[in-house]
Design a protein around this ligand. Sequence first.
Ligand code: S3P
Length: 429
Amino acid sequence: MDRPFLDLEPCGPLRGSLRVPGDKSVTHRGLMLLALSEGEGRLLHPLKAGDTLSTARALQALGAEIAEEGPHFRVRGRGLRLREPEDVLDCGNAGTLMRLLLGLLAGQEGLFAVLTGDASLRRRPMGRVVEPLRQMGAEIDGREGGKRAPLAVRGGGLRGIAYTLPVPSAQVKSALLLAGLFAEGVTEVVEPIPTRDHTERLFRHFGLPLETEGPRIRTRRAEPFPAKDLTVPGDFSSAAFFLVAALVTPGSEVTVEGVGLNPTRTGLLEVLKAMGADLEWRVLEGEGGEPVGYVRARYGPLKGVQVDPALIPLMVDEVPILAAAAAWAEGETHIPNLAELRVKESDRVQAIAHNLRALGVAVEEGPDWLRIGGGGVRRGEVEPFHDHRIAMAFAVAGLPVGVRVWEPGWAEISYPGFFGDLRRLCGAS
Ligand code: S3P
């Protein structure tokens, strides 16, 4: 069978500035909270890509009215009470959608829903949200006793619990906080290791109950709340591909504007700085409770580093693109604390190791770590393993020498115009 591919010729210096599409995490959450609000609100500059369109469709099936208005979405919410869907809800490739929606649906009195997804999502662990939701009183069943989708949920009867996250996961935290909006008493999530805090910031934006005390995050049953416009910042995870492309391509200078700089997302900047990267960034404004600004990256030599394990949860989606930077650095880079990467859209530890080898880079793979020999890459072919971030990261890794990317369409899960933007910055038409 013919598989699609894209050949990228060696790229000259990347120059100029760009805005990347809206943040995926904030778009999922913004749509969900607007769907629960009363009246009409707009989600401004959302991400319109595979994952977030799955969220829009699922919420429409649950009775929210969502219309496109130019680049924006206009949402008429249901006021805390969703409608029972007539059919199975297809979450596509989106783990964030499936996990957060489970929390939300668990709170809907008497409502029955079945959630499924694509082959990758049906392999991913769901026990991490199903278990604590059951402790709150949720009725959920599914494959392997509820560990994997398809999952069936019958909502209602929730009571608050105190739950310490066994793995640092913003998706689990968010699912429990959403369920807590419908539970009796207080729901407390304790996160020993901080993870992205978009849900907390959005609860504040919409005036929903939220208290934080160190690692403890509490919510309680929500009163009906009015819709409110929300502006989505550019996605730092998408910006990261262009920053690294500029750092590894001689003569480059790229500025990404209007990008979210939430400190629970920007661990990559610290690691790249430690590698000697010529980077500068500044927060200029806040939107929807999120810090927003610019990041500028200039080409320069990079050196291998030992990555601090505590930074990984703050850059969990940026490890593939960090691996691309490490391949171009002088000396070895060791990246620890990667157990969670094995259960992302693909097994990213394996996918990174495979593609680095395909580009002639020495790599050693452990159960939860990678050791990457630097020194640059040679022309080769890269395999996305059905994973958007792997497709984009290894397109960048090979860009300075030219690379064939198999199934480039996977990028559309989070960044539909990615290859066009890359070509434009390279000065190609
Ligand atoms: C996300 C959290 C992270 C991240 C994912 C988006 C979110 O997953 O990898 O792309 O929006 O909450 P985990 O919470 O499972 O680490």
